[in-house]
Write a protein of this length. Structure first.
Length: 93
């Protein structure tokens, strides 16, 4: 049987380079990062609503954490690690 290479570390920078994540900028000192899958699924207006709701959810974070928010019929996860909020669909996790 062939051995498979197991990835033990996959950095945000690698995911951005691979086109999996998109760094949208910063707001309030937090990086706004989106999975490209989420960007493909939501309208610009829905993405803006995700940011607004994600920032509200992040007010309750005391350290690395994740929260689920609802944008219309779509559940979006907001992951807080380091200085970034990463917005993703559950299947992107």
């Amino acid at each position: 049987m062939d051995e498979e290479e197991i990835i033990s570390v996959y950095t945000k920078e690698q995911a951005i380079d691979d086109g999996v994540l998109f760094q949208a900028g910063e707001f309030g000192g937090l990086g706004m990062v989106f999975t490209t899958n989420l960007i493909a699924q939501l309208s610009k207006e829905a993405l803006l609503m995700a940011v607004v709701q994600g920032l509200a959810a992040a007010e309750n974070f005391t350290g690395p954490d994740i929260a689920a928010i609802q944008i219309g019929d779509t559940r979006v996860w907001v992951d807080y690690v380091g200085k970034d909020l990463t917005f993703m669909l559950p299947e992107d996790y």
